[in-house]
Ligand binder design. Structure first.
Ligand SMILES: Nc1ncnc2c1ncn2[C@@H]1O[C@H](COP(=O)(O)OP(=O)(O)OP(=O)(O)O)[C@@H](O)[C@H]1O
Ligand SMILES: [Mg+2]
Length: 257
């Protein structure tokens, strides 16, 4: 049965999509069966994986899945043998109103994906930078939350918003939602600021596990631009090594190795 992990942060541009894509490839390379779900109307993850083919999925995407216009089986796109995708689409934001007015609106995603959970080891959900119905569906469907963040002043204090939302979700729809950890991203040693913020992060949220730090690396940006994972783009680089370490860390948390 798959472990379902939401990659979430209401702040934009912190690395949610980068983390979803590269952790997905990292897990798939280690022989795990992975389903990625893109619930972001900006469809960056989908575009990164299938490019302009995103246009082909007007009637089978995460939005039509949540409105029950398509079944989960027909909505899954095979990227590689071990890596599958439920794509987002240009029309996802138009579906939002429909989903908000639907019966059981917080559980549309959870219910829709449940038939395929036995087919996967991991389900990773990439979320939009907002606290709307898509993030609520994603957290309701998840066992764990992974939070990428930048070590800036607002990046650190902004964590409280995510923790508040998680508390609300635990109260209302998903009692067992667990914080897997925070993933400091775009880390640089060029100034002392990130080190200081990391210390503040530990002091402010002593109960939040802090996982592998991902360095700031142009290679990650370029890989995303070319639609490949960091393992294919620059396998020996610092960023690939960090993602490999993070992948092992996630596996050990979930599988208890
Ligand atoms: N460690 C890193 N080093 C350098 N560039 C990075 C790193 N992580 C992410 N980026 C770049 O930063 C930008 C934002 O990253 P990404 O799209 O993953 O963030 P996001 O949280 O998904 O954004 P949004 O909130 O808009 O969905 C992208 O151009 C990405 O390539
Ligand atoms: Mg994104």
């Amino acid at each position: 049965m798959a472990a379902v992990i939401s990659i979430a942060n209401q702040k934009g541009g912190v690395g949610k999509t980068t983390l979803t894509l590269n952790l997905g490839y990292g897990l798939a390379r280690m022989g795990r069966k992975v389903l990625l779900i893109d619930v972001d109307p900006q469809f960056n993850l989908t575009f990164g994986l299938i490019g302009m083919d995103v246009l082909n999925y007007e009637t089978t995407n995460v939005g039509t899945l949540m409105t029950r216009e398509s079944s989960v089986e027909e909505t899954i796109v095979e990227i590689t043998e071990n890596l599958h995708l439920i794509p987002s689409h240009l029309n996802l934001s138009a579906k939002e109103i429909e989903i908000i007015n639907a019966y059981n609106r917080e559980r549309r995603l959870e219910k829709a994906i449940s038939p395929v959970l036995p087919d996967y080891d991991y389900v990773l959900i990439d979320n939009p930078p907002s606290m709307g119905i898509f993030l609520v569906n994603s957290l309701t469907a998840s066992d764990y939350v992974l939070i990428p963040l930048e070590l800036s002043y607002f990046g650190v204090i902004g964590m409280q918003l995510m923790f508040n939302l998680m508390a609300m979700i635990r109260e209302e729809t998903n009692e067992s939602l667990t914080l897997m950890g925070l993933v400091p991203n775009k880390f640089t040693r060029q100034t002392k600021v990130p080190q200081t913020r990391l210390k503040e992060l530990r002091e402010t949220y002593p109960d939040a596990p802090i996982l592998t730090t991902i360095p700031k690396a142009i290679a990650l940006e370029k890989a995303q631009g070319e639609g490949v994972s960091i393992f294919d783009y620059e396998p020996e680089g610092r960023a690939a090594r960090a993602f490999e370490k993070l992948t092992r860390e996630v596996i050990s948390i979930v599988e208890g190795e």
